[in-house]
Write a protein that binds this ligand. Structure first.
Ligand code: CP
Ligand code: NVA
Length: 324
């Protein structure tokens, strides 16, 4: 018999686990939490959130820990960098233990199957804090950052330049759910996962999203923002041959000029300066990278409220709408 009654059961294994209206509500709450930090105070009082990490982190760990503190919740960090899940006991048994103490599980793991395995085995929400295929928390923060700058979901377009990786997948999912345009430019052989792109293109028939994947940098002309990420994600091979494929895709002054004079720059960080982006671009006035980092906390606080304290979140989203 369990003494812990789950206060929420919905998981966020990937961004498309959220409906369009849920993302809109989360973003409204996140904006309200940023405008009025007191609005988040006590929202998750008495709750415990387990944070298990198989990979390193600065932003994700800090933003969840500080965010939980602000909402009155306890965040417990479990370092699994040296002992990947499933080695000491099964992923399912691990999750069945955690749900006896914690109201939510935040997991940064190697394999997406670990996230879905935890979600299947437990009744508490499991939040993907990055895996090989997805980074939905990053996408929520990026959407908040874009909207702050006037990104128009009906008319603006985001450009992704570089590796078709986990962050890229979550942004394509965001476009397909919310109906905005995204142009993904990668070297040949480094395109986003064809299965994920196919699902997003199918969804875009309903939402009106324009999704384009190409190796031609000229396709970014007119984009609202140019987004890049490291050429080598955590745990991947970083051979010289691979780097050579990406060199024509470095985001430098010339590439930003292809997007246009008003184009903004985005990066989830950590950046490998001098590889995927030059100092000049990442340190330019049009760079949003530290806004993105800050917004991780506001967007995740709104997400945790959506999952664990929906009444509080609904009230904040209404307040945000009234303030607009
Ligand atoms: N963007 C991001 O997830 O950063 P960390 O790897 O530092 O958490
Ligand atoms: N694509 C990167 C994102 C880091 C936040 C990685 O997986 O390492």
């Amino acid at each position: 018999m369990s003494s812990l009654d789950p206060v929420g059961t919905k998981d966020l294994a990937r961004l498309c686990d959220l409906a369009q209206h849920e993302i809109s509500d989360i973003l409204a709450t996140a904006a309200e939490f940023k405008r009025s930090p007191q609005a988040a105070a006590g929202a998750l009082a008495g709750r415990s959130v387990c944070m298990l990490f198989e990979k390193p982190s600065l932003r994700t760990r800090m933003s969840f820990e500080v965010g939980c503190f602000r909402m009155g919740a306890q965040a417990i960090y479990l370092d699994h960098r040296e002992s990947p899940l499933g080695r000491r006991e099964t992923v399912a048994d691990y999750g069945r233990n955690l749900e006896r103490w914690c109201h939510a599980i935040v997991a940064r793991v190697h394999s997406h199957a670990t996230v879905t395995g935890l979600a299947a085995a437990t009744r508490v929400p499991v939040v993907n804090a990055l895996c090989d295929l997805h980074h939905p928390c990053q996408a929520l923060a990026d959407l908040q950052t874009l909207l702050e700058r006037g990104f128009d979901l009906n008319h603006s377009r985001l450009a992704w330049v570089g590796d078709g990786n986990n962050v890229c997948h979550s942004l394509i999912e965001a476009a397909s759910i919310l109906g905005f345009g995204i142009t993904v430019v990668t070297p040949r052989g480094f395109e986003p996962d064809a299965g994920i792109v196919g699902q997003c293109v199918a969804r875009s028939m309903r939402t009106g999203a324009r999704i384009e994947v190409t190796d031609d940098v000229r396709a970014i002309a007119g984009a609202f923002a140019v987004y890049t990420d490291t050429w080598t994600s955590m745990g991947q091979d970083d051979s010289a041959a691979k780097k050579a494929c990406f060199e024509p895709y470095q985001v430098d002054r010339e590439l930003m000029a292809v997007a246009g004079p008003k184009a903004l720059f985005m990066h989830c960080l950590p950046a490998h300066r001098g590889e995927e982006v030059t100092d000049e671009v990442i340190d330019s006035p049009g760079s949003l990278v530290f806004d993105q980092a800050e917004n991780r906390m506001h967007a995740q606080n709104a997400l945790l409220c959506h999952l664990l304290a929906p009444k509080h979140a609904a009230g904040r989203a209404t307040a945000a709408a009234a303030a607009r």
